[in-house]
Design a protein around this ligand. Structure first.
Ligand SMILES: Cc1cc2nc3c(=O)[nH]c(=O)nc-3n(C[C@H](O)[C@H](O)[C@H](O)COP(=O)(O)OP(=O)(O)OC[C@H]3O[C@@H](n4cnc5c(N)ncnc54)[C@H](O)[C@@H]3O)c2cc1C
Length: 495
C-alpha cells in the first residue's frame, strides 16, 4: 500500500518530528523539494491537484522554454535519476514544456523513492496548525501542520506534517485584463471569448484563432510567444489579424536584451517579436488601459484609455497575458510574512521588484529569505516570487535545497547559497524611469478628461505612480530609481 502520510484518523499519533514534510504541488520545484528531502532522510508527502505530475506545465507544453536543459535540471533530482540509470538530455538543447514533463518530471516522479509519496488528483484546500487557529500562539511551534485535501472522488482527508513547502505555483490565478489589477467591467461575462495564459494557437486551439481578429493583452514573454504563434498562423490563414495592446508606452521591455541576453532563447524571442512589430505584422496599441468589455454580435469590444482618450478595439478573441498572482486562500490559518505589494516574503521583495529591475540576476537567496512568521512553513518555486515575473527554475531548485538543509538542522549548508543566474542583458530600471513620466502623464490626462472609468484625480495627483510603497525595511521605489538614474548599481551589478 502506498504511503498515505498520516491521516489524522490514526489512533496513535506519531511525534511531530516523525511526521513527513508536506509538499503542495508536483511541478519541477515540488519534485526537486522531494529529492532534497530524501537526501536528508525525510519522508516527503506530495499533493498534486492535477491527474499527472507537471500538471501546470502540461497547460503550456507546446511552448519552447528559453533555458537549455542544463538550466532546467535540479542537481539532487539528477543524482536520484542517474542512480536509476536515467540519462540526461543533451545539455544545450532547449526543451519544450512537454519535453520537460516527459523526459524529466515523469521519470523523476516514477522513481521508487518518490512514487509512493505522490498523491495525484489531490487538491490541498486548507493548511493550518493542529487544533490552533491563527490567533493562538501557545504551543504553536510544536504543533503539527494539518493539510485538508480533496481527492478525485470528492472525499476530504486530513494529513499531518512536521513542515510544509508550498510549491503550488501561480498558474491557477491569472491577473485580469483590467489595467488596475481588477477585472474590467464585463470581463467575467465575456469569459467564453477570453483565454488567459498561452493557448496552443498552432495546435489544439488552431480553429479558435485562424482567420479571426485576435487581441493579445500584456507585455511579457507569454504575450511574445502567443504573438509569434499567431504570426505563424497568419501565414496559413492570411485573414488572421493580430492586435497587441500593452500598458507601457513602448514594447522595449518585452524585447529585452535581444542579442545581449545570456539566455539565447529568451533573447531570440524578444528579437523575433521586435522584427514582427517592425515589419508591421501586427497592430501595436501602446499605453492602453483596458476598462470595459462588451459584446456586439460576433464581436468583442474592448474599451480602454490611451493618453486620456477612450478608444475601443473591435475583435473576436482576446488572449490575456498579464501575468499571474499567488493564491493564498488555502493558507488563511497560517501566519504569513508577505510584502504588501509583491506578495513574496518581505526580504525577497526588493530583490525581485519589477518596478526596479528585470535582470533576472537576483542575488542568491535561500531559506532565511523565504521564512515566514509561521515556523517550518515555506513558499518556494514560482509562487515564492508573488507577483514578480522573473522567476527561473534554478532559483527554485536552490531554494528547496536550502530549505531541506535547514529543516535537517544544517543551517550552515542552508546559508551556503551560491547561484548565478543568466542575465537578460538589459535591466528595466532605466526603462521604468522613462515609463514613469509617460504613465503619470496618461493618468493625469485621463483624470482631467473627467472619464468615469479613469483613475481618480487624487491618484493622478500623487507624485509617483509606479506603486511606490514605503514598506518597513524597504527602500522606496522612487529612492531606488533615483539611485539607478544616478548610475548606481542594479541587481548587484555595476552597470
Ligand atoms: C511559458 C513559460 C515558460 C517558462 N520558461 C522558463 C524557462 O525557460 N526557464 C526557467 O527557468 N523558467 C521558466 N518559466 C518559469 C518557471 O520555471 C515555471 O513556471 C515553472 O513551472 C515553475 O515551477 P513550480 O514548480 O514553481 O510551479 P508549477 O510548475 O506551476 O507547479 C505547481 C504545481 O502545483 C499544483 N497545484 C496548484 N495548486 C495546488 C493545490 N492547491 N493542491 C495541490 N497541487 C496544487 C499544480 O497543478 C502544478 O502541478 C516559464 C514559465 C512559463 C509559464
Amino acid at each position: 500500500m502506498p504511503d498515505h502520510g498520516h491521516p489524522v484518523t490514526l489512533s496513535v499519533s506519531p511525534k511531530t518530528s516523525e511526521l513527513p514534510v508536506a509538499i503542495i504541488g508536483a511541478g519541477p520545484v515540488g519534485l526537486a523539494a522531494a529529492a532534497h528531502l530524501l537526501e536528508h532522510r525525510f519522508t516527503p508527502l506530495i499533493f498534486e491537484a492535477g491527474a499527472r505530475v507537471g500538471h501546470t506545465i502540461r497547460q503550456w507544453g507546446h511552448v519552447g522554454l528559453f533555458s537549455p536543459w542544463h538550466e532546467c535540471l535540479d542537481p539532487a533530482s539528477v543524482r536520484l535519476l542517474q542512480a536509476s540509470g536515467w540519462r540526461p538530455p543533451e545539455a544545450d538543447v532547449v526543451p519544450t514544456g512537454r519535453d520537460l514533463v516527459e523526459q524529466y518530471l515523469e521519470p523523476l516522479a516514477a522513481l521508487p523513492g518518490i512514487a509512493p509519496h505522490v498523491h495525484l488528483s489531490t487538491r490541498v484546500v486548507a493548511v493550518g496548525r493542529e487544533h490552533l487557529d491563527k490567533v493562538r500562539t501557545d504551543g504553536r511551534e510544536q504543533a503539527p501542520f494539518v493539510l485538508h485535501v480533496v481527492q478525485a472522488d470528492g472525499q476530504r482527508v486530513v494529513y499531518r506534517a512536521q513542515a510544509v513547502i508550498d510549491t503550488s505555483g501561480t498558474w491557477t490565478a491569472p491577473n485580469p485584463m483590467g489595467a488596475g489589477g481588477i477585472a474590467a467591467a464585463g470581463e467575467l461575462e465575456a469569459a467564453d471569448r477570453i483565454r488567459y495564459g498561452i493557448p496552443d494557437v498552432l495546435g489544439a486551439e488552431r480553429s479558435r484563432y485562424a482567420s479571426r481578429r485576435v487581441l493579445v493583452v500584456g507585455g511579457g514573454h507569454s504575450a511574445a510567444n502567443v504573438l509569434l504563434d499567431l504570426a505563424r498562423l497568419k501565414i496559413e490563414h492570411p485573414e488572421t489579424q493580430i492586435i497587441w495592446a500593452i500598458r507601457r508606452p513602448s514594447p522595449e521591455r518585452t524585447y529585452g536584451g535581444e542579442e545581449t541576453d545570456t539566455l539565447e532563447g529568451r533573447g531570440e524571442l524578444g528579437k523575433r517579436l521586435h522584427q514582427l512589430v517592425d515589419m508591421g505584422g501586427l497592430d501595436l496599441v501602446p499605453s492602453f488601459w483596458a476598462t470595459q468589455i462588451t459584446r456586439r454580435d460576433d464581436d468583442v469590444l474592448v474599451t480602454g484609455l490611451q493618453h486620456g482618450e477612450r478608444i475601443t478595439l473591435s475583435v473576436q478573441e482576446v488572449v490575456v497575458c498579464t501575468g499571474f498572482r499567488p493564491d493564498f486562500s488555502f493558507l488563511r490559518e497560517l501566519r504569513l510574512s508577505l510584502d504588501s505589494a509583491l506578495e513574496s516574503t518581505k526580504v525577497l521583495a526588493p530583490l525581485i521588484d519589477p518596478n526596479l529591475h528585470s535582470c533576472g540576476t537576483v542575488p542568491p537567496h535561500g531559506e532565511r529569505a523565504l521564512r515566514h512568521e509561521e515556523t517550518a512553513f515555506y513558499i518556494a518555486g514560482i509562487k515564492s516570487y508573488g507577483r514578480a515575473p522573473t522567476f527561473l527554475l534554478l532559483t527554485g531548485y536552490e531554494q528547496v535545497r536550502s530549505i531541506a538543509a535547514s529543516l535537517a538542522g544544517d543551517q550552515a549548508a542552508a546559508d551556503r547559497v551560491a547561484l548565478r543566474l543568466p542575465e537578460t542583458g538589459v535591466c528595466s530600471s532605466d526603462l521604468a524611469l522613462q515609463d514613469a513620466d509617460e504613465i503619470l502623464g496618461s493618468l493625469q490626462a485621463a483624470a482631467s478628461a473627467g472619464d468615469g472609468a479613469a483613475p481618480s484625480t487624487s491618484l493622478a495627483a500623487q507624485p509617483a505612480p509606479l506603486g511606490v510603497h514605503a514598506v518597513e525595511g524597504r527602500e522606496t521605489v522612487a529612492g531606488v530609481l533615483q539611485t539607478v538614474a544616478k548610475g548606481g548599481p542594479c541587481c548587484g551589478n555595476d552597470r
